[in-house]
Design a protein around this ligand. Structure first.
Ligand SMILES: C[S@@+](CC[C@H](N)C(=O)[O-])C[C@H]1O[C@@H](n2cnc3c(N)ncnc32)[C@H](O)[C@@H]1O
Length: 280
């Protein structure tokens, strides 16, 4: 598969503007982002790339900041070299170590996750993934049935499985991510994850104890009624992929209308992750 790399450079950009731009690019299918000296690169597979969508997405930023970008095609075999050069191991709260296959193991950490991200989102480095992993590290997942919606590399499901979850369903509507979640589960010797390719329509009609969904505000708002149906009473939801204002209130209101109450939230930069609980 061929990939498209779009490299943005900025004279000056605020961190929150960069996050907004990345969110917008993610909406049109870009799923991997890498910092560069003057900006960042965004990656998408060639079939999903549309110059029209990119131009359209950039219109709203015209008066916000100055930017330039270049579009390059990269071959899949070069892609691995690209991310291997840039993937640094990540330690979360001294308890979880995320590494690639070519880094050496660090058995002093309680949970070690090996990720081969290829084109899927979710190496733990993005703030939203880090916060979701913190929630999982602090949650009681033992023996639980968990839905990981928008699984990307499967990193959240893999961490929950390593922490003793009984069974996990990891869903992504991007085929590359679905295949990546399967591959990473195998890489971590996890056999309790069922990966499914699709959106809310493929969520099985089961009673989940916990739902994890790091996607974005609009998709979460669209999917909350389905989550509410398949979450058992007293079950927990952990969401990320949105901002504090106005997103958190919108998500809180949508959940409340379905008997799912806000518990708390975390923030890194402008990104938010939030915990909700369904009434008993
Ligand atoms: C921000 S990434 C999160 C990946 C990983 N769970 C993490 O926390 O790092 C969001 C993922 O949601 C997937 N996605 C986007 N829209 C979706 C939808 N409607 N249904 C299922 N997955 C979706 C994307 O393909 C992407 O892999």
């Amino acid at each position: 598969m061929q990939y498209i790399q779009v490299t943005f450079s900025f004279v000056s950009i605020h961190e929150y503007q960069k996050d907004l731009l990345i969110n917008e690019l993610a909406e049109i299918g870009f799923n991997t982002f890498e910092d560069t000296e003057n900006g960042f690169s965004a990656f998408i597979d060639q079939e999903s790339y549309s110059q029209y969508n990119l131009t359209d997405a950039m219109i709203q930023f015209e008066d916000e900041f100055e930017y330039a970008y270049t579009v390059t095609e990269i071959a899949a075999e070069n892609w691995n070299e690209e991310w291997e050069k840039n993937f640094e191991p990540l330690i979360i709260d001294e308890r979880c170590y995320v590494r690639a296959t070519f880094h050496s193991p660090q058995p002093q950490y309680r949970y070690e996750i090996v990720i081969d991200p290829k084109m899927a989102f979710g190496t733990g480095h993005h703030q939203t993934t880090t916060m979701m992993m913190r929630y999982i590290l602090n949650a009681d997942v033992t023996g639980k049935l968990i839905l990981d919606m928008g699984a990307g590399t499967g990193i959240l499901a893999i961490l929950a499985a390593k922490k003793g979850a009984k069974e996990l369903v990891a869903i992504d509507n991007d085929e590359v991510c679905y295949l990546s979640a399967l591959e990473n589960a195998a890489l971590n010797d996890i056999h309790t994850i069922t990966a499914l390719w699709g959106g809310k329509d493929v969520i099985p009609e089961r009673e989940f104890d916990i739902i994890l969904a790091n996607i974005n505000r609009n998709i979460l708002l669209d999917q909350i009624p389905v989550y509410a149906r398949v979450l058992k009473n007293g079950g927990d939801i952990y969401f990320s992929g949105f901002y504090e204002s106005p997103d958190l209130d919108m998500i809180t209101d949508a959940c409340k209308a379905l008997n799912i109450n806000y518990c708390d939230h975390q923030k890194i930069g402008d990104w938010v992750a939030a915990h909700f609980k369904k009434l008993e």
